[in-house]
Design a protein around this ligand. Structure first.
Ligand code: ASP
Length: 350
Protein backbone atom coordinates (compact mmCIF):
# COMPACT_ATOMS: atom_id res chain seq x y z
CA UNK A 1 0.00 0.00 0.00
CA UNK A 2 2.80 2.32 1.02
CA UNK A 3 4.51 1.51 -2.24
CA UNK A 4 1.34 2.40 -4.20
CA UNK A 5 0.98 5.76 -2.46
CA UNK A 6 4.64 6.45 -3.11
CA UNK A 7 4.24 5.57 -6.79
CA UNK A 8 1.14 7.75 -7.19
CA UNK A 9 2.77 10.62 -5.39
CA UNK A 10 5.94 10.52 -7.43
CA UNK A 11 3.98 10.26 -10.69
CA UNK A 12 1.96 13.30 -9.65
CA UNK A 13 5.10 15.25 -8.80
CA UNK A 14 6.70 14.27 -12.08
CA UNK A 15 3.66 15.33 -14.12
CA UNK A 16 3.23 18.62 -12.33
CA UNK A 17 6.93 19.40 -12.69
CA UNK A 18 6.78 18.81 -16.43
CA UNK A 19 3.68 20.93 -16.85
CA UNK A 20 5.23 23.59 -14.67
CA UNK A 21 8.48 23.63 -16.59
CA UNK A 22 6.87 23.71 -20.01
CA UNK A 23 4.48 26.41 -18.76
CA UNK A 24 7.31 28.55 -17.40
CA UNK A 25 9.69 27.88 -20.24
CA UNK A 26 7.04 28.16 -22.98
CA UNK A 27 8.62 25.29 -24.92
CA UNK A 28 7.31 25.06 -28.47
CA UNK A 29 8.28 21.91 -30.26
CA UNK A 30 9.29 22.18 -33.90
CA UNK A 31 6.63 21.50 -36.53
CA UNK A 32 7.86 18.97 -39.12
CA UNK A 33 9.22 20.72 -42.24
CA UNK A 34 8.99 24.15 -40.67
CA UNK A 35 11.82 26.64 -41.26
CA UNK A 36 12.79 30.16 -40.27
CA UNK A 37 15.37 32.88 -40.77
CA UNK A 38 16.35 35.78 -38.53
CA UNK A 39 18.77 38.59 -39.41
CA UNK A 40 20.35 41.64 -37.84
CA UNK A 41 21.94 44.73 -39.33
CA UNK A 42 23.80 45.94 -36.26
CA UNK A 43 22.97 47.32 -32.85
CA UNK A 44 23.73 50.61 -31.14
CA UNK A 45 22.19 53.97 -30.29
CA UNK A 46 19.58 53.52 -33.02
CA UNK A 47 16.76 55.97 -32.32
CA UNK A 48 13.77 56.83 -34.43
CA UNK A 49 14.63 60.54 -34.43
CA UNK A 50 17.96 59.86 -36.17
CA UNK A 51 16.20 58.68 -39.32
CA UNK A 52 13.80 60.39 -41.67
CA UNK A 53 11.02 58.27 -43.11
CA UNK A 54 12.94 57.69 -46.33
CA UNK A 55 15.92 56.30 -44.46
CA UNK A 56 13.70 54.12 -42.28
CA UNK A 57 12.09 52.76 -45.39
CA UNK A 58 15.45 52.07 -47.02
CA UNK A 59 16.59 50.01 -44.03
CA UNK A 60 13.30 48.15 -43.73
CA UNK A 61 13.33 47.42 -47.43
CA UNK A 62 16.89 46.06 -47.42
CA UNK A 63 16.21 43.92 -44.36
CA UNK A 64 13.13 42.48 -46.01
CA UNK A 65 15.04 41.80 -49.23
CA UNK A 66 17.69 39.92 -47.24
CA UNK A 67 15.06 37.92 -45.34
CA UNK A 68 13.27 37.04 -48.55
CA UNK A 69 16.46 35.86 -50.23
CA UNK A 70 17.17 33.46 -47.38
CA UNK A 71 13.54 32.43 -47.05
CA UNK A 72 13.25 31.53 -50.73
CA UNK A 73 16.13 29.07 -50.38
CA UNK A 74 14.63 27.47 -47.28
CA UNK A 75 11.21 27.25 -48.88
CA UNK A 76 12.65 25.29 -51.81
CA UNK A 77 14.16 22.83 -49.35
CA UNK A 78 17.62 24.42 -49.44
CA UNK A 79 20.02 24.22 -46.53
CA UNK A 80 20.30 26.81 -43.77
CA UNK A 81 23.95 27.56 -44.66
CA UNK A 82 22.93 28.70 -48.15
CA UNK A 83 20.03 30.71 -46.77
CA UNK A 84 22.09 32.74 -44.33
CA UNK A 85 24.78 33.27 -46.93
CA UNK A 86 22.25 34.69 -49.39
CA UNK A 87 20.77 37.01 -46.77
CA UNK A 88 24.19 38.24 -45.65
CA UNK A 89 25.34 38.82 -49.27
CA UNK A 90 22.50 41.27 -49.78
CA UNK A 91 23.42 43.25 -46.70
CA UNK A 92 27.14 43.12 -47.56
CA UNK A 93 26.36 44.64 -50.96
CA UNK A 94 24.44 47.52 -49.42
CA UNK A 95 26.24 50.64 -48.18
CA UNK A 96 23.62 50.88 -45.44
CA UNK A 97 25.41 48.30 -43.29
CA UNK A 98 28.88 47.98 -41.82
CA UNK A 99 29.90 44.95 -43.85
CA UNK A 100 31.21 44.57 -47.40
CA UNK A 101 30.39 47.76 -49.33
CA UNK A 102 29.48 49.78 -46.23
CA UNK A 103 32.43 48.71 -44.07
CA UNK A 104 33.85 51.29 -41.67
CA UNK A 105 37.45 52.55 -41.75
CA UNK A 106 40.25 51.65 -39.36
CA UNK A 107 42.68 54.18 -37.90
CA UNK A 108 44.90 53.94 -41.01
CA UNK A 109 42.03 54.83 -43.33
CA UNK A 110 41.54 51.29 -44.63
CA UNK A 111 38.83 48.69 -44.29
CA UNK A 112 39.59 45.34 -42.70
CA UNK A 113 36.66 42.98 -42.70
CA UNK A 114 35.87 39.90 -40.63
CA UNK A 115 33.27 37.18 -41.26
CA UNK A 116 32.33 33.74 -39.97
CA UNK A 117 29.90 30.97 -40.76
CA UNK A 118 28.99 27.86 -38.76
CA UNK A 119 27.05 24.69 -39.45
CA UNK A 120 25.09 23.55 -36.40
CA UNK A 121 24.79 19.99 -37.64
CA UNK A 122 28.51 19.22 -37.95
CA UNK A 123 30.02 22.11 -35.95
CA UNK A 124 32.06 22.83 -39.07
CA UNK A 125 32.97 26.46 -39.26
CA UNK A 126 34.95 28.91 -41.32
CA UNK A 127 36.11 32.46 -40.79
CA UNK A 128 38.18 35.18 -42.39
CA UNK A 129 39.74 38.14 -40.61
CA UNK A 130 41.27 41.41 -41.73
CA UNK A 131 40.46 41.05 -45.44
CA UNK A 132 40.01 43.97 -47.81
CA UNK A 133 39.80 42.63 -51.35
CA UNK A 134 36.96 40.14 -51.02
CA UNK A 135 33.65 41.60 -52.14
CA UNK A 136 31.60 39.30 -49.91
CA UNK A 137 33.66 38.10 -46.95
CA UNK A 138 30.95 35.63 -45.88
CA UNK A 139 31.59 33.66 -49.10
CA UNK A 140 35.26 33.42 -48.22
CA UNK A 141 34.35 32.18 -44.74
CA UNK A 142 32.26 29.47 -46.40
CA UNK A 143 35.21 28.45 -48.59
CA UNK A 144 37.45 28.17 -45.52
CA UNK A 145 34.81 25.96 -43.90
CA UNK A 146 34.09 23.78 -46.92
CA UNK A 147 37.48 23.55 -48.57
CA UNK A 148 40.21 23.76 -45.95
CA UNK A 149 40.96 21.92 -42.77
CA UNK A 150 41.25 25.20 -40.92
CA UNK A 151 38.68 27.35 -39.18
CA UNK A 152 40.12 30.84 -39.61
CA UNK A 153 42.36 32.45 -42.19
CA UNK A 154 43.51 36.04 -41.97
CA UNK A 155 44.61 38.79 -44.36
CA UNK A 156 46.50 37.82 -47.48
CA UNK A 157 46.22 34.07 -46.90
CA UNK A 158 42.45 34.32 -46.70
CA UNK A 159 42.36 36.40 -49.88
CA UNK A 160 44.60 34.00 -51.81
CA UNK A 161 42.39 31.09 -50.84
CA UNK A 162 39.17 32.94 -51.70
CA UNK A 163 40.56 33.93 -55.08
CA UNK A 164 41.65 30.38 -55.87
CA UNK A 165 38.07 29.22 -55.29
CA UNK A 166 36.64 31.82 -57.66
CA UNK A 167 35.27 34.20 -55.03
CA UNK A 168 34.84 37.69 -56.48
CA UNK A 169 37.79 39.92 -55.65
CA UNK A 170 37.73 43.71 -55.83
CA UNK A 171 40.15 46.58 -55.58
CA UNK A 172 40.01 47.97 -52.07
CA UNK A 173 38.65 51.22 -53.56
CA UNK A 174 35.35 49.33 -54.04
CA UNK A 175 34.77 49.74 -50.30
CA UNK A 176 35.18 53.51 -50.40
CA UNK A 177 32.19 55.44 -49.16
CA UNK A 178 32.38 59.14 -48.45
CA UNK A 179 30.13 58.87 -45.48
CA UNK A 180 32.32 56.32 -43.70
CA UNK A 181 35.47 58.31 -44.44
CA UNK A 182 33.83 61.42 -43.04
CA UNK A 183 32.93 59.49 -39.93
CA UNK A 184 36.54 58.46 -39.48
CA UNK A 185 37.89 61.96 -40.10
CA UNK A 186 35.49 63.53 -37.69
CA UNK A 187 36.27 60.99 -35.03
CA UNK A 188 40.01 61.32 -35.54
CA UNK A 189 39.67 65.08 -35.70
CA UNK A 190 38.22 65.01 -32.26
CA UNK A 191 40.98 62.61 -31.24
CA UNK A 192 38.32 60.33 -30.01
CA UNK A 193 38.50 56.57 -30.34
CA UNK A 194 35.07 55.78 -31.60
CA UNK A 195 34.05 52.26 -30.97
CA UNK A 196 31.09 52.26 -33.28
CA UNK A 197 28.52 52.06 -30.57
CA UNK A 198 27.67 55.32 -28.87
CA UNK A 199 25.93 58.05 -30.74
CA UNK A 200 27.23 61.55 -30.16
CA UNK A 201 26.90 64.93 -31.77
CA UNK A 202 29.69 67.04 -33.21
CA UNK A 203 28.56 70.50 -34.37
CA UNK A 204 25.03 69.12 -34.37
CA UNK A 205 25.92 66.42 -36.83
CA UNK A 206 25.26 62.93 -35.71
CA UNK A 207 28.32 60.68 -35.74
CA UNK A 208 26.42 57.51 -35.53
CA UNK A 209 28.20 54.88 -37.53
CA UNK A 210 26.93 52.10 -35.31
CA UNK A 211 23.53 52.53 -36.87
CA UNK A 212 25.00 51.03 -40.00
CA UNK A 213 26.14 48.00 -38.14
CA UNK A 214 27.47 44.58 -38.64
CA UNK A 215 25.21 42.06 -40.34
CA UNK A 216 24.27 38.54 -39.32
CA UNK A 217 21.81 35.77 -40.02
CA UNK A 218 20.65 32.53 -38.43
CA UNK A 219 18.39 29.97 -40.10
CA UNK A 220 16.85 26.58 -39.50
CA UNK A 221 15.95 24.53 -42.57
CA UNK A 222 13.24 21.93 -43.22
CA UNK A 223 15.54 19.22 -41.87
CA UNK A 224 16.01 21.08 -38.61
CA UNK A 225 19.62 22.02 -39.33
CA UNK A 226 20.74 25.36 -37.95
CA UNK A 227 23.40 27.69 -39.38
CA UNK A 228 24.70 31.07 -38.26
CA UNK A 229 26.85 33.69 -39.97
CA UNK A 230 28.12 37.20 -39.31
CA UNK A 231 30.02 39.76 -41.41
CA UNK A 232 31.48 43.12 -40.39
CA UNK A 233 33.85 45.98 -41.05
CA UNK A 234 34.49 46.09 -37.30
CA UNK A 235 34.63 49.41 -35.50
CA UNK A 236 35.46 52.85 -36.87
CA UNK A 237 39.01 53.94 -36.01
CA UNK A 238 39.93 50.48 -34.76
CA UNK A 239 43.65 49.80 -34.68
CA UNK A 240 45.28 48.38 -37.78
CA UNK A 241 45.20 44.59 -37.40
CA UNK A 242 42.44 44.51 -34.81
CA UNK A 243 40.23 41.45 -35.08
CA UNK A 244 36.82 41.53 -33.43
CA UNK A 245 34.40 38.95 -32.10
CA UNK A 246 32.70 38.18 -35.42
CA UNK A 247 35.21 35.64 -36.85
CA UNK A 248 35.83 34.04 -33.46
CA UNK A 249 33.62 30.98 -33.21
CA UNK A 250 31.74 31.09 -29.92
CA UNK A 251 32.21 34.85 -29.49
CA UNK A 252 30.27 36.58 -32.30
CA UNK A 253 29.02 33.54 -34.18
CA UNK A 254 27.90 30.07 -33.08
CA UNK A 255 25.57 27.26 -34.16
CA UNK A 256 24.82 23.88 -32.66
CA UNK A 257 21.79 21.74 -33.56
CA UNK A 258 21.62 20.63 -29.91
CA UNK A 259 20.70 24.13 -28.83
CA UNK A 260 20.55 27.04 -31.25
CA UNK A 261 22.32 29.32 -33.72
CA UNK A 262 23.37 32.84 -32.76
CA UNK A 263 24.87 35.89 -34.43
CA UNK A 264 26.02 38.84 -32.35
CA UNK A 265 26.70 42.51 -32.91
CA UNK A 266 28.21 45.02 -30.56
CA UNK A 267 31.45 46.11 -28.98
CA UNK A 268 33.32 42.99 -30.01
CA UNK A 269 35.96 42.86 -27.32
CA UNK A 270 33.27 42.22 -24.68
CA UNK A 271 31.71 39.45 -26.75
CA UNK A 272 35.14 37.84 -26.99
CA UNK A 273 35.80 38.17 -23.26
CA UNK A 274 32.48 36.59 -22.36
CA UNK A 275 32.62 34.05 -25.24
CA UNK A 276 29.10 35.35 -25.67
CA UNK A 277 27.38 33.16 -28.26
CA UNK A 278 28.82 29.92 -26.92
CA UNK A 279 27.91 31.01 -23.42
CA UNK A 280 24.28 31.45 -24.49
CA UNK A 281 24.28 27.96 -26.03
CA UNK A 282 25.86 26.46 -22.90
CA UNK A 283 23.34 28.11 -20.60
CA UNK A 284 20.59 26.48 -22.66
CA UNK A 285 22.32 23.10 -22.84
CA UNK A 286 23.67 22.69 -19.33
CA UNK A 287 21.56 25.00 -17.21
CA UNK A 288 18.23 24.49 -18.94
CA UNK A 289 17.66 28.22 -19.50
CA UNK A 290 15.28 29.27 -22.24
CA UNK A 291 16.88 31.19 -25.13
CA UNK A 292 15.32 34.39 -23.81
CA UNK A 293 16.76 33.82 -20.34
CA UNK A 294 20.16 32.87 -21.71
CA UNK A 295 20.37 35.95 -23.97
CA UNK A 296 19.38 38.17 -21.07
CA UNK A 297 21.93 36.60 -18.74
CA UNK A 298 24.82 37.12 -21.14
CA UNK A 299 23.88 40.59 -22.35
CA UNK A 300 22.78 42.13 -19.08
CA UNK A 301 24.66 40.19 -16.39
CA UNK A 302 27.92 39.50 -18.18
CA UNK A 303 28.53 41.94 -21.04
CA UNK A 304 26.90 45.05 -19.62
CA UNK A 305 28.71 45.06 -16.25
CA UNK A 306 32.02 44.98 -18.14
CA UNK A 307 30.94 48.03 -20.16
CA UNK A 308 29.95 46.21 -23.35
CA UNK A 309 26.99 46.87 -25.56
CA UNK A 310 25.17 45.15 -28.38
CA UNK A 311 22.69 42.46 -29.25
CA UNK A 312 22.17 38.90 -30.44
CA UNK A 313 19.72 37.06 -32.68
CA UNK A 314 18.93 33.39 -32.14
CA UNK A 315 16.96 30.45 -33.53
CA UNK A 316 16.62 27.44 -31.28
CA UNK A 317 16.39 23.79 -32.27
CA UNK A 318 12.58 24.04 -32.21
CA UNK A 319 12.57 26.90 -34.67
CA UNK A 320 11.74 29.58 -32.11
CA UNK A 321 13.24 32.99 -32.82
CA UNK A 322 14.59 35.23 -30.05
CA UNK A 323 16.61 38.40 -29.91
CA UNK A 324 17.76 40.83 -27.28
CA UNK A 325 20.05 43.84 -26.97
CA UNK A 326 21.24 46.24 -24.29
CA UNK A 327 21.75 49.07 -26.75
CA UNK A 328 19.05 51.51 -27.77
CA UNK A 329 18.13 49.63 -30.90
CA UNK A 330 19.07 46.90 -33.31
CA UNK A 331 18.15 46.42 -36.96
CA UNK A 332 16.42 43.06 -36.93
CA UNK A 333 13.83 40.88 -38.58
CA UNK A 334 12.62 37.36 -39.06
CA UNK A 335 10.46 35.34 -41.38
CA UNK A 336 9.00 31.94 -40.55
CA UNK A 337 7.33 29.23 -42.60
CA UNK A 338 4.10 29.80 -40.66
CA UNK A 339 3.84 33.19 -42.35
CA UNK A 340 5.13 35.33 -39.48
CA UNK A 341 7.24 38.28 -40.63
CA UNK A 342 8.65 40.98 -38.40
CA UNK A 343 11.08 43.83 -39.12
CA UNK A 344 12.12 46.23 -36.35
CA UNK A 345 14.85 48.78 -35.74
CA UNK A 346 14.30 50.74 -32.61
CA UNK A 347 13.51 50.01 -28.96
CA UNK A 348 12.14 46.63 -27.95
CA UNK A 349 8.46 46.13 -28.59
CA UNK A 350 7.93 43.10 -26.37
N1 ASP B 1 31.06 43.25 -33.25
C1 ASP B 1 31.70 43.97 -34.30
C2 ASP B 1 33.17 44.08 -33.98
O1 ASP B 1 33.50 44.29 -32.84
C3 ASP B 1 31.14 45.34 -34.54
C4 ASP B 1 29.64 45.46 -34.62
O2 ASP B 1 28.94 44.52 -34.31
O3 ASP B 1 29.15 46.52 -35.03
O4 ASP B 1 33.97 44.01 -34.86
Amino acid sequence: MNKLIYLLLSTFILISCNVESSKNKKIKVREPNSFAIVIHGGAGGIKREYFNSEQQEAYAHKLEEALNAGYAILEKGGVSLDAIQAAINIMEDSPLFNAGKGAVYNSEGNQEMDAAIMDGKTLNSGAVAGVNHIKNPILAARVVMDSSKHVMLSGKGAEIMAKSYGIEMVDSSYFFTKKRLNQLRKIQGKEKLKLNHTAFLIKNELIDDHKYGTVGAVAIDKNGNIAAGTSTGGMTNKKYGRIGDVPIIGAGTYANNLTCGISATGTGEYFIRTVATHEVSSLILYKGLTPTEALHEVLFNQIEPLGGEGGMILIDKNGNVSWDFNSTGMFRGYKKSNGELKIEMFEKTE
